[in-house]
Design a protein around this ligand. Structure first.
Ligand SMILES: [Zn+2]
Length: 136
């Protein structure tokens, strides 16, 4: 898994769909729903993401991302509703860039996805009231 992370770092092309900034390479995170852990990372805007390397477990990767967002609190992660508590965006993950320097690959690599999750702010545009976030 570390090898994968190192390759990611070299590729360095993961962009947060919420803020369009580059995000750090994912690291192995164990406190998620997947028993073996998953690759996940955080963006400076507050979004987190989990990587679905094989493109088969989208729902699981999303749950894992929510677990990361809740700092490993799985019970709480289960209660998050996309579109209500959190915003969810899925993006193709550039594994193919890593594997062979940009050559186009077949479906296997192309199906890897990243799942970004960000907490919704309760306040709407208008007043800049201090957000009700809990700092861990
Ligand atoms: Zn971001």
């Amino acid at each position: 898994m570390d090898v994968f992370a190192q390759r990611m770092r070299r590729a360095g092309r993961i962009v947060c769909p919420f803020c369009e900034e580059n995000v750090p390479a994912p690291r192995q995170v164990m406190t998620v729903f997947t028993p073996d852990g998953c690759l996940a990372g955080r963006c400076s805007c507050g979004a987190v993401y989990a990587v679905d390397e094989i493109g088969r477990l989208g729902g699981q990767a999303l749950l894992d991302a929510q677990a990361v967002l809740c700092d490993g609190d799985l019970g709480r992660a289960m209660t998050l509703e996309s579109g209500k508590d959190v915003d969810v965006l899925s993006r193709p993950f550039p594994v193919q860039t890593i594997r062979d320097g940009g050559r186009r690959l077949g479906r296997t690599a192309a199906s890897a996805r990243s799942w970004f999750v960000r907490r919704r702010l309760e306040t709407r545009a208008g007043e800049a009231s201090s957000a009700a976030e809990e700092d861990g």
